[in-house]
Design a binder for this molecule. Structure first.
Ligand SMILES: [Fe+2]
Length: 141
């Protein structure tokens, strides 16, 4: 288990819950419509998460904001592509299952590789008294 921090505690918490639920559903081979529904929820919450995160990073004058934003745009495109693929079938083949697994892996990778990268920046900003916004630590199971 590991922790990550971002800008909006409620959105982050819900995102983690949905990622965990998607993981469980995939591992248990649950009904495909349920997997598609959770994946759509995840996509929508990611868009909110990215928007909120941009506001936090802009407010705190994060130097790597442009790179981080490019990552967000790339992921948004991938999320739309994966959703178009998995949402087009009622019975998944291996390709759709792997696409759903990719969606999950891509999000975890971003949260732990890119979002954690600005942690020290936010901590520095906070220590100088310029708190950008409240944020919490959440755990991934
Ligand atoms: Fe991010």
């Amino acid at each position: 288990m590991a922790a990550f921090e971002t800008g909006d505690a409620k959105v982050d918490r819900e995102l983690l819950v949905d990622i965990n639920e998607l993981s469980h559903c995939l591992a248990e081979g649950r009904n495909w419509s349920q997997i598609v529904r959770i994946s759509k929820l995840l996509r929508d919450k990611c868009f909110v998460h990215f928007r909120d995160e941009r506001a936090v990073l802009q407010n705190s004058k994060y130097g790597k904001l442009a790179v981080h934003e490019r990552q967000h745009r790339y992921i948004e495109q991938q999320l739309d592509d994966v959703l178009a693929s998995i949402g087009a079938v009622t019975r998944p083949s291996r390709a759709e299952i792997e696409a759903a697994l990719f969606l999950r892996s891509m999000l975890i990778h971003h949260f732990f590789r890119y979002d954690l990268a600005y942690k020290s920046h936010l901590q520095r900003v906070r220590s100088t008294g310029a708190r950008p916004r409240s944020h919490k630590t959440h755990r991934l199971v």
